[in-house]
Design a binder for this molecule. Structure first.
Ligand SMILES: Cc1cc2nc3c(=O)[nH]c(=O)nc-3n(C[C@H](O)[C@H](O)[C@H](O)COP(=O)(O)OP(=O)(O)OC[C@H]3O[C@@H](n4cnc5c(N)ncnc54)[C@H](O)[C@@H]3O)c2cc1C
Length: 388
């Protein structure tokens, strides 16, 4: 297992205490009410989590992607919606610090680091999810502005964000299509459903991943300055590659969420198995339950090792599409499997809202679908393996 530095140990310990004391006791209540956890998010701001990877010169903590993954795992052990609040923000910040102009870094990163400005990240459209090159949101040049028209779908944090990183088509005739796509940093009024050129219809109703909002964002003649092209005018047509780089990072993050969720499911199962008695002894003494616990623990450990390896590679800047794909695929399938096993161990009570495993069971499938579905992950993995 990778040795953590003292700083990493301290940060992980801080988040673990936060999760044990402040998150786990209330997460299922927030989930059942589908309520945004304002106070928990304020506490995350105070801990500096909104600026965790933003360089210190822009007011962030300046920590690496590996440390970020450790933090996300701990947060997700409490509730994956909390990691959802910072994940799109982290990806937008990473895109600005990696591809942005100096002016863009100075304009956005300091306010993003404190959480004063929160961000969404939006590629998906109603007809285009896995097939990103099929998006049709259009950005037309008009003097010193671009005019945006189109509809985005499933934007996490889409309402409360004051900034959205979007992908739009600037040249519909480009071949291949992705060369005609550009990333824009769109400023909007946070928490507002209607403003000139932008509508955020109500929240999409979901199975799980509650508390954090997922929305459509409709652009209708929205004006944004040319200076909002991520990386400046020279980067027109480079948006697809910029977004794909961020998605790869997002896969490590989803793997970390999955390990966190699965860890929680195992911990809850162990606790319950030691308390619940059948046939005169705790169910933990029945071999059938022991086999489940052994399999859950082993798969979670394997998932964590894959995730840490991908996060480590990503931190060094080495190519990591294969490792990130494997980590995302295996960890998220494990999370879904382990959440179901946790429900079985809880018997009928696992199906009750009284115990948190029902929330874990509803949250886990999102991880299979998001940041590239697991079918798409397998295509990425197979392509790399077949390259030889
Ligand atoms: C709660 C939630 C939050 C989200 N947040 C965001 C966000 O913040 N920003 C954002 O941009 N997006 C977000 N998404 C969108 C998410 O990334 C997409 O839903 C996902 O990429 C799948 O796209 P799709 O839903 O259009 O499914 P489709 O692409 O229509 O896929 C349908 C099915 O076909 C399979 N499939 C598709 N193509 C292939 C192929 N070539 N080979 C084999 N199988 C294939 C898929 O695996 C899937 O099983 C979010 C989604 C959800 C549910």
């Amino acid at each position: 297992m990778t040795q953590l530095t003292e700083e990493q140990e301290d940060l992980v310990g801080l988040i673990r205490t936060f999760v044990d004391k402040q998150v786990l006791p209330v997460a299922s209540d927030f989930d059942h009410k589908d309520e945004f956890p304002e106070e928990l998010v304020e506490a995350m701001k105070e801990m500096g989590l909104f600026g965790i990877t933003i360089p210190e010169e822009y007011g962030g903590l300046g920590l690496d992607v590996f440390t970020y993954a450790l933090v996300i795992k701990e947060l997700s052990r409490g509730w994956i919606s909390l990691s959802g609040v910072i994940n799109t923000h982290f990806m937008a910040a990473w895109m600005i610090q990696t591809f942005g102009t100096e002016e863009q870094k100075r304009r956005y990163l300091p306010r993003m680091a404190t959480g004063e400005l929160r961000s969404a990240y939006s590629m998906t459209e109603p007809h285009a999810g896995s097939d990103v090159q099929a998006i049709s949101t259009r950005a037309r040049r008009n003097g010193d502005d671009y005019i945006i028209d189109g509809q985005k779908m499933w934007a996490t944090n889409g309402l409360r964000a004051g900034m959205v990183m979007i992908l739009a088509v600037t040249d519909p005739k480009a071949e291949p299509r992705h060369r005609g796509m550009t990333a824009f940093i769109i400023e909007k009024d946070p928490g507002v459903q209607e403003q000139p050129g932008i509508t955020v219809p109500g929240q999409l109703k979901k199975l799980g991943y509650k508390g954090v909002e997922s929305t459509e964002i409709v652009f209708d003649g929205f004006h944004t300055p040319v200076s909002s092209v991520l990386g400046g005018e020279a980067a027109v047509g480079k948006g697809f590659k910029q977004f794909m780089a961020a998605v790869e990072l997002g896969r490590v993050n989803v793997a970390a969420r999955a390990v966190g969720l699965a860890t929680c499911a195992l911990e809850q199962s162990i606790k319950y198995a030691n308390e619940r008695e059948t046939f005169g002894k705790p169910i933990a003494k029945h071999q059938a339950i022991q086999l489940k616990i052994a399999q859950m623990g082993t798969k979670i450990k394997a998932a964590e090792l894959l995730m840490l390896e991908a996060a480590r590679l990503k931190t060094t800047g080495a190519r990591s599409d294969l490792e990130a794909g494997m980590a995302k695929f295996f960890a998220t399938e494990t999370a879904a499997e382990v959440a179901l096993e946790a429900m079985r161990i809880h018997g009928g009570y696992g199906y009750s809202q009284e115990f948190m495993v029902e929330r874990l069971y509803r949250d886990a499938p999102l991880l299979i679908l998001g940041e590239g579905t697991n079918e798409i992950q397998q295509l990425v993995i197979a392509r790399r393996l077949l390259e030889g």
